[in-house]
Design a protein around this ligand. Sequence first.
Ligand SMILES: [Zn+2]
Length: 531
Amino acid sequence: MIKRIVFPLVFVLFLVFSAVALASCDTGEPAVYDVVFLMPNGDEVERVVVPTKEGEIPVPPAGYETDLSNVDKVGTFVRWDKELTAPTKKTVSDGETMTYTPVYEYATRYYTVTFVVQGTEYPVRTAGNQTPICPVTPPAKATDPNGINLDYLGWDKEVAAVTEDTIYTARYGSTATVLAAKDGAKAVLTISYDDGNYDSAVWVNQQNKLYGLKGSCMIIAGRASFTSKVSQWKTLLADGTLDIQCHSMNHNGTTTNYGSHADHVEDVVKSKQKLEGYFPNNDVLVYATPYTKITDYSYKVSGDENSQIIQDGGTKALIHENYYANRNGPSGLQSLDPKMGDDKGAWYNLYVQWLKTESSQTNKIRTGWIDGAVKQGGWLIILAHSVVDNPDTEWNISKTNAEAFYKHAQTYVKTGELWSATFGEAVKYIRERQNTTVTERYENGAVFVDMKINRTTADGLTLTQKVFNYPLTVEVRVPSGWKLALSTDENGGTMTSAVYTRNGVSYTRVNMVPGADGAIVTTQITPLSVN
Ligand SMILES: [Zn+2]
């Protein structure tokens, strides 16, 4: 009888026990309860479960004494929302948990921001989310251990609202220079040959190879004598001494006085598209205006109203929209820094020297243009036509006289004082240079050059990265004692360059291709040999 009562009692006790604490059944140890602490985590609440044995006071999560989960305030623990008590079968009902929430007293949270200026530290206590201010103004000039004069270039990172202890270091370096012309040349020579005489271009190409020169053929895109020889032109251009630029569709005068808007589009825009279609690797950047006549209006041609002027900007507006430069005919030496706009010597009205056959224009006068460009610094743009054995118009020039000019140019190309460039190359280099800044830094025995390009020009054009990727030559100061420098670009490409001195300061040159709009590209320079 007793056995029959005892067994159900034990079974019921077992069920009750196992509901609150399974472990106790297996091992005989005390029950373990889940005690929950609701800890602050910024604007959120974090649920931290602390398993607690029956009869023991729960232990709060580590770090509960201080709430550091907010950037701008710090909480000091005051108390729990209720007294911590040991869980027992009495204090914890079935299916419930014990829950505690800490109560904090909050105050402004401060950080240590350290400004380092030329080795001196300036710590500043700054409230969270506030922007720190350096207590001193970094000097604009400094001198490095090699005696090189340095300029203040700003902090190593942008000073921002504080969210943690931070160190800012003043950067010193010098403003490097993108040189006026490639490889430090004093002058640029661009010889342009108008109208697209193929036989003349073949001869010029041979001369270019002989004398180390380049030039540009200004092509009349719709002329049959050109379109019938496109494949020959492709072969010619592959030699790389000539590029082609646009000299209208038909050279028929519609861009002079009586062109309709459609005529202007044909001459200025469709001509360019046609050339680009024939020669996809040749960037057409320059428009050479036929008869040097440009308009800022068109004519309405329908019905009886064909004398009505339309103020639509004419060829001028179309040239601005579709080209980066306009060769339009005023005589003189072009500067290496054309201004924006249409004034003489600006991008849309570049100065030229007309090479032609007339008794007053001697070889001495022509070669004197080269001497003057190198002496003054400038971009000598030659406007020539065909080079032939016996010129039959004043616009063409004899091979003998052309060669005298080439020979003279070669002497300066050899010394590095003259860069002979196609129109395309010169426009790319100068346009890029006008929109590029470079700075240099000295760190751990190396010189770093940072280059940044703004791909929108002052006259509103976009210098696309696909086309305007010509390497720019940068002059950089290096520590005295360096003899030879090795530069390494971001892609691992290397270049060795000589170190030269000017007024007691050492310099070297590196060629750098500008990156994406606003992006900084960096070249590192280290000494290859030291005195
Ligand atoms: Zn022409």
